[in-house]
Design a binder for this molecule. Structure first.
Ligand SMILES: [Zn+2]
Ligand SMILES: [Zn+2]
Length: 349
């Protein structure tokens, strides 16, 4: 099968083609796994963190990609036994998200926080993902795709959407309060759509360095859009930061109202502007019970609730398609901030 492989940790500054196309054997599944024929795979900023070593895969080469949509082909056990247990049938359209597995027995798993499990395995990092024609997965960790979505529409919902939904939940925002979104790429544009659906009286303020993204935000119903260091003139009750750097963290803390919460939806931050943290002003940026919370991974429940909600509310991502062979171009454009909505690799026509 065709697969785009990451063979070494590198930097996109030095190497603009970190992935290479290879013919590799189809995955061999064992009794606890099913095979998925991949049709689409979303491109996520986390792939840059993997390629550049901020969250490196434990083994190389690896197939990246954790917003996988495809059809169920076969399973290691007789299909009936294995798939009926989790309600699956051959030929069904399924998705695979960032969570590839968790132990199922630790306190985090038992309390519904399997995203925090020490045994958490990530799709496309700890196990091979969807930048390929086939992938294998444990059937308990696939998600049915609602009919409302095409494969390309569904792919970005599986990470950008699901983790955006988790971020919004963790922000504790209430209807009528003011919400800030720092960065407006694949995830936050979906957060805006969910927030407008769930909290119709909430004003949403969007911060982006990119004028096109600011226009895009206004077209989707943002109350205001400006540069990251501009002042929205209203205090913010919660801010969700999806940027890879530290400046927006400092700005967000300055804009939070008393008791407000900053949610950082980023698996890693880059080091380039970390010194801004030394200039944090405690009275204006942290005092008055301001909080900072990060978002880590997703649970299966986040993914499934979000898919359901998105189908009900007719929330569809804006996306651009690329051929599998052009994955490097999609990643490079993401690195350069040339983002409008999400990016999706086309693996089958
Ligand atoms: Zn992702
Ligand atoms: Zn666990």
């Amino acid at each position: 099968m065709k697969a785009m492989l990451l063979r070494e940790i590198t930097s996109l500054k030095q190497n603009q083609t970190p992935l290479s196309l290879h013919e590799i054997p189809k995955p061999e599944i064992d009794a606890g796994e099913v095979l998925v024929r991949v049709t689409r795979c979303g491109v996520c900023h986390t792939e840059l963190d993997e390629i550049e070593g901020r969250t490196p895969p434990p083994r190389l080469p690896v197939v990246l990609g954790h917003q996988v949509v495809g059809t169920l082909e076969s399973s290691g056990l007789p299909l009936e036994n294995r798939q009926q247990a989790v309600g699956l049938q051959r030929g069904q359209r399924v998705g695979v998200a960032w969570i590839a597995s968790a132990c199922g027995t630790c306190n985090h798993c038992l309390s519904g926080n399997e995203n925090l499990c020490a045994e958490f395995k990530a799709t496309g990092r700890d196990v091979n993902g969807g930048y390929a024609e086939y992938m294998k997965v444990r059937p308990e960790f696939v998600h049915l795709i609602p009919e409302a979505f095409t494969d390309s529409e569904a792919a970005p919902l599986l990470c950008a959407g699901a983790i955006g939904y988790r971020s919004l939940r963790l922000s504790n925002i209430q209807d009528g309060q003011c919400l800030g979104l720092m960065g407006f790429g694949g995830s936050n544009h979906l957060v805006l759509k969910i927030a407008k659906h769930k909290f119709p009286n909430t004003k949403i303020f969007v911060f982006s360095r990119n004028p096109e993204e600011r226009e895009f935000a206004l077209s989707l119903g943002a109350a205001w859009a400006g540069a990251i260091d501009q002042n929205p003139l209203e205090g913010l009750d919660a801010v969700i930061d999806t940027t890879p750097v530290w400046g927006p963290v400092s700005e967000a803390l300055r804009m939070l109202s008393p008791g407000g919460r900053l949610v950082i939806n980023a698996i890693r931050k880059e080091e380039s502007d970390k010194e801004v943290l030394l200039k944090l002003d405690y009275p204006s940026q942290l005092w008055m019970e301001k909080e900072i919370k990060s978002v880590a991974n997703v649970t299966r429940q986040d993914v499934r609730e979000f898919l359901q909600l998105a189908a009900e509310a007719n929330i569809k991502p804006e996306f651009q398609e690329y051929d599998l062979e052009d994955a490097n171009l999609a990643l490079l454009e993401m690195k350069q901030g040339k983002i409008r909505g999400a990016k999706v690799l086309r693996i089958q026509p």
